[in-house]
Ligand binder design. Structure first.
Ligand SMILES: NC(=O)C1=CN([C@@H]2O[C@H](COP(=O)(O)OP(=O)(O)OC[C@H]3O[C@@H](n4cnc5c(N)ncnc54)[C@H](O)[C@@H]3O)[C@@H](O)[C@H]2O)C=CC1
Ligand SMILES: O=C(O)[C@H]1O[C@H](OP(=O)(O)OP(=O)(O)OC[C@H]2O[C@@H](n3ccc(=O)[nH]c3=O)[C@H](O)[C@@H]2O)[C@H](O)[C@@H](O)[C@@H]1O
Length: 444
């Protein structure tokens, strides 16, 4: 009989995982402590923006295979496999990850686990967490040794979450040390991911710590690649060179590759920034801090891009933001997402506002989250209303609608034809030909 799955924590990761697994034919019960989220998901109303996910959610609900609850007792009774997908944000005022949600979820679930089951961690956690949680499970679960823990980190990207879940690059399974438990966990995971394995997706088994480290080192590598090209952008600015040409030329070298080599305002979001910081904190606890001191530089290069953007805007306005109007295009941390966690765009907008500028922001999907995160900013409901009367326009998130803007349309409403392209997303020649003063990070 097919395994019955639960997904604990139905945010960006969990809701996607739940809907995709239901679409693959499993019976899935999603659990969240946020009652409003449970109600919205149960009504087929996705609480966040993710392309292609809502139809899957609705299909799952209509089929009867997908349901949501806030009852741990119901989840424990229902599930053969429990996927742990709760958040692991940065602790306030520290680099380390806040594990209170992960601990809280396991503490709530474990005492209710009476029958054989597999608990599968997907949240991104500091190395050593799985081993500790396996101890919690052994101590609290009435099922005893029949409740087994595996660690199965997730690599999906927001904006491509459905595609990445159904067609992952690889599946990593962190297994317990005890052979019988490891064999059982691997067998169950292979059954759960049978569709992906049949399509040839690599399946890598490892011990707990290796599986946890695969995840954080992947994000550390991606962050490093972005900061590398942004460091080159800084040098290009000093040397009057063009980082976009540099990046293109590098990309043809297969050993380097062009992905994640996009220079601009740098990385944000609920993952890369907090994951590299948590990684540094954990390495410090392990006495391996020297190995990761370069990540501090990666973080600093990244933050410097935001400061540089604000400086460039101030320069463009003749040295001060006071009494000047700034139109900001983009609030999400990247296009095709409504996520504003550690968003470079919102950070820049808020900083200009704090320095006396009148800032109006527009984003195609992130307005609700942006308003909540930065209530002191002004918001508009379209590109043209955001830039109306602007002395400078800042493109900070490269949504398709912004990449395809007509310089002529904007010229009719702005106070000055001045644009800063924070994502190297526009064609400078096109904008300059239309009479705009076009400037970008890392290019003349
Ligand atoms: N967002 C992404 O693209 C990816 C996220 N991850 C990792 O997945 C984890 C979750 O991330 P997101 O989904 O982005 O976070 P999120 O904040 O969108 O979702 C977390 C959910 O967990 C719920 N929750 C908190 N405590 C709970 C508890 N005790 N029981 C049940 N539910 C509880 C929250 O109400 C929330 O709905 C993090 O560790 C993150 O690093 C990994 C890969 C991709
Ligand atoms: O652990 C996670 O949660 C996820 O974090 C990232 O995914 P995500 O945060 O959705 O977004 P990315 O596409 O990685 O972009 C991150 C940031 O880097 C920026 N970026 C990306 C690429 C690039 O070339 N340049 C650049 O500045 C984006 O604008 C964005 O702010 C990873 O790509 C996923 O594999 C991982 O699962």
């Amino acid at each position: 009989m097919a395994h019955r799955l639960t997904v604990i924590g139905t945010g960006y990761l969990g809701a996607t995982h739940a809907a995709c697994m239901a679409d693959l034919g499993f019976e899935v019960l999603g659990l969240d402590v946020d009652e409003e989220k449970v109600a919205r998901l149960s009504a087929g109303d996705l609480p966040f923006y993710e392309p292609g996910l809502e139809p899957l959610l609705r299909r799952g609900l209509a089929s009867g295979r997908l349901r949501f609850t806030s009852s741990y007792a119901e989840a424990a009774e229902f599930g053969d496999v429990h996927f742990l997908c709760v958040g692991t944000p940065q602790k306030a005022g520290e680099y380390a990850a806040d594990l209170s949600y992960v601990n809280g979820a396991v503490d709530a679930l474990a005492p209710l686990l009476r029958r054989p089951c597999l608990l599968v961690g997907k949240s991104t956690v500091p190395v050593g967490t799985a081993e500790r949680l396996a101890g919690t499970l052994a101590r609290l679960a009435p099922a005893g040794g029949d409740a087994v823990l595996a660690w199965n980190p997730e690599f999906l990207r927001e904006g491509f979450a459905v595609q990445d879940t159904l067609h992952p690059d690889r599946i990593v399974a962190g297994l317990p040390a005890e052979q019988g438990a490891a064999e059982h966990a691997e067998k169950v995971l292979r059954e759960v991911y049978a569709t992906m394995l049949a399509a040839g997706v690599p399946f890598i088994t490892a011990d707990y710590p290796t599986s946890e480290l695969v995840k954080v080192s992947a994000n550390a590598f991606l962050a490093t690649k972005i900061s590398f090209i942004n460091a080159m952008a800084e040098v290009c600015e000093a040397a009057h060179a063009d980082v976009t040409k540099l990046s293109e030329a590098l990309s043809y070298d297969d050993r380097i590759g062009g992905r994640f080599l996009g220079p601009g305002l740098g990385f944000g979001g609920g993952c890369l920034p907090k994951d590299i910081r948590a990684f540094m904190a954990r390495a410090g606890e392990l006495g391996a801090d020297q190995a990761l001191t370069f990540l501090r530089e990666v973080d600093e290069i990244n933050i410097r891009r935001r400061i540089r953007m604000v400086d460039l805007a101030r320069q463009q306005l003749g040295g001060s933001f006071i009494g000047r109007t700034v139109g900001v295009l983009g609030a999400a941390f990247k296009p095709d997402s409504d996520d504003v966690r550690d968003s470079p765009a919102l950070d820049v907008a808020a900083s200009i506002r704090a320095q006396g500028g009148k800032v109006t922001v527009y984003d195609p999907q992130a307005m609700r989250n942006a308003r909540r995160a930065q209530p002191s900013l002004d918001f508009a409901d379209s590109t043209l209303s955001a830039v109306r009367g602007a002395h400078v326009v800042l493109l900070l998130t490269e949504w398709k609608v912004f990449r395809e803007m007509d310089p002529g349309d904007l010229a009719e409403v702005v106070a000055e034809r001045s644009i800063l392209d924070g994502r190297n997303a526009l064609d400078p020649e096109l904008w300059r030909a239309a009479g705009w003063n076009y400037r970008a990070l890392g290019r003349p």
